[in-house]
Design a protein around this ligand. Structure first.
Ligand code: PMP
Length: 420
């Protein structure tokens, strides 16, 4: 009886589907469009759950995912401005700054890089860039594209610069801006920052620091360390989805960027407009400039709120502890850490020298296929030199380090030494 019922309803459902298809075809034959809807668009989206143990994005905790799914409000509604004000305070805490000019970009880390350079540098001005991995290279290219006179200080990935070397180069090139990456994620290096801000002040140069890969994982104190412009990204230790990027400018940086002879090359990234949109320019009303990523800002606010609850010091301590645990496990597997000086290793992204005789692509593909886990190779100048494991924020747990070590051990056992 149950069976008969089932088959009768199944037949009915089949018939309804056939009718719908016929109607659709009929509809299309009368349609004015010549490009049919693509078949892929008629399938539901598929996004697998994956262990994101690479250099970012990292897994987003359910609490942040949930606020990202809240109903949208208008980008110019009072409630949204309140949320943006909260974000500003959250960033001030995360950066350890009292700077009023503290906002989030509507875009990824690159947007913040371009915003910093485009706003404080004018065409023809001198810019000095420290390059010890890909991020310095990127900033040098961005500055060159907008017509700056770019000078490069270059070390191989994993190298770092002494304050003496930096001061000599600043004295020689007289830049208006000096760029340094705090957390060089392509090399796994956390660059010392102390004293560099003072050198920049002495030589009337602005100090720009990239903390996309290090914020929340390694200590940084924007005000105390005399950093003039600092930015980060949402998708690393903050654990928000990619697409927003906090940035802050101190008074020295504001003085330079708001007393320019020329307008910045980008309308979208012009801080004159963005400072008003974020209520930082002292004007009574905020004017429309662009439509900010409302859900992205909800998620960013939640991620900053989690960091505030946990506390910066606790977060730094946890990253250091878990990284130390990972280092021991890697060494037990016979692997060599790429950065020999322990105190210079970036706690969020660990780089391993590629083990002799192995093809790193094969190892990573094996780990993805058999463990559903992302680890990555190098980036830019570190390609072919390193493999990278990122355990950031929510992912920063010893149990995750164990999973990563287990996956690596399995890959080392099963990937034949094909490169040798
Ligand atoms: N700087 C550093 C140190 C990074 O690690 C990254 C991202 N990997 C970026 C800048 C660029 O950020 P995004 O990919 O969000 O544009």
């Amino acid at each position: 009886m149950q069976r008969a019922l089932f088959s009768r309803s199944a037949l009915l459902a089949q018939q309804t589907a056939k009718n719908a298809l016929l109607l659709q075809r009929l509809d299309r034959s009368m349609s004015s469009v010549t490009i049919p809807p693509p078949a892929c668009m008629l399938r539901p989206l598929e996004a697998p759950l994956r262990y994101l143990f690479g250099p970012g994005p990292s897994n987003v905790p359910p609490r942040i995912l949930a606020v990202g799914a809240k109903p949208i409000i208008g980008h110019m509604h009072q409630e949204m401005f309140e949320i943006m004000n909260d974000i500003k305070r959250g960033i001030q805490y995360a950066f350890q700054t009292e700077n009023n000019m503290t906002i989030s970009m509507s875009g990824s880390g690159h947007t913040a890089m371009e915003c910093a350079v485009f706003n404080v540098v004018e065409p023809g001005e001198s810019v000095l860039v420290a390059i010890n991995g890909i991020w310095g290279e990127r900033v040098a290219e961005i500055a060159e594209r907008m017509g700056a006179n770019v000078h490069r200080m270059v070390k191989t990935p994993g190298g770092y610069f002494s304050n003496k070397e930096i001061e000599q180069a600043i004295a020689k090139h007289k830049p208006v801006l000096f760029f340094l990456t705090h957390g060089e994620s392509s090399a796994g290096l956390c660059h010392p920052v102390n004293g560099i801000g003072d050198i920049c002040r002495k030589h009337n140069c602005l100090f720009l620091v990239d903390t996309v890969a290090s914020l929340g994982a390694a200590p940084i104190f924007m005000d105390k360390q005399n950093i003039d412009i600092l930015y980060t990204g949402s998708q690393k230790a903050l654990n928000a989805p990619p697409g927003t990027a906090p940035i802050s400018f101190n008074d020295r940086a504001c003085h330079k960027m708001f007393n320019r002879k020329t307008k910045p090359v980008s309308y979208l990234l012009d801080m004159t407009h963005l400072s008003n949109y974020w209520g930082c320019d002292g004007k009574p009303a905020r004017a429309y400039h662009h439509t900010g990523p409302v859900s992205g800002f909800f998620a960013l606010r939640e991620s900053l709120s989690i960091l505030a609850e946990k506390g910066l010091e606790e977060s730094w301590k946890k990253h250091k502890e878990v990284a130390g645990y990972l280092y021991r496990g890697l060494e037990d597997l016979g692997l060599k850490l790429f950065i020999p000086e322990r105190e210079l290793r970036l706690p969020s992204v660990t780089t391993i020298a590629i083990p002799d005789g192995y093809d790193w692509r094969e190892l990573l593909a094996y780990i993805m296929k058999h463990h559903n886990m992302e680890m990555t190779g190098g980036l830019g100048p570190s390609i072919g030199m390193v493999m990278r494991i990122g355990l950031m924020g929510y992912n920063c747990e010893k149990t995750n380090a164990d999973m990563a070590l287990n996956a690596l051990a399995d890959a080392l056992k099963n990937c034949k030494k094909s490169k040798a």
